[in-house]
Ligand binder design. Sequence first.
Ligand SMILES: Cc1cc2nc3c(=O)[nH]c(=O)nc-3n(C[C@H](O)[C@H](O)[C@H](O)COP(=O)(O)O)c2cc1C
Length: 162
Amino acid sequence: MKILTVYYSLDGNTQLIAEQIKSAVNGDILRLKPVHDNNKKGLFKLLSGGRQIFKNEKPELEPFDINPAEYDLIFIGTPVWAGSFAPALNTFLAENSIQNKNIALFCCSRGGKGKVFIKLHDILRDNNIIGETEFLSPVKSDPKEVNAKVSSWVDEIIEKLD
Ligand SMILES: Cc1cc2nc3c(=O)[nH]c(=O)nc-3n(C[C@H](O)[C@H](O)[C@H](O)COP(=O)(O)O)c2cc1C
């Protein structure tokens, strides 16, 4: 079974989880990088990201040489931005037709998942969504607890496919 973990991360939280998933499943990993990323600080960072969400922006991504169509299981990860998923994922999902895949969703937030999973379920409705989970500020959490949660969730996902 070919497994891909695709994610966007601005401040390292989603990256931390994505890399742990990749290690646990021994698959490939794709970090989505906007050509012009949100490089603001503090409140301006929140306002700039929030505006991108409300305008449903699809920022241009740096090129990558991974073809999602080649994978059987795709983990998709995003930070929560203004209650939604990150704009980079918006671009990825618009430019890559993801169909008939097994999908597992994860998000990182400071307070809650908002509508991330509801929206992703809708966009990815032509797929088999086998699980979803959320992490609260994992970079600032107990590394052992975070890793244990990742491991048990990944096991749960893989078991569903066996
Ligand atoms: C533009 C922006 C909007 C955010 N909106 C939310 C939000 O609506 N709810 C929330 O709980 N956290 C929100 N956060 C916090 C991030 O979701 C949280 O810090 C997450 O762990 C960051 O993931 P990352 O380190 O992979 O970028 C926001 C952060 C940014 C930069």
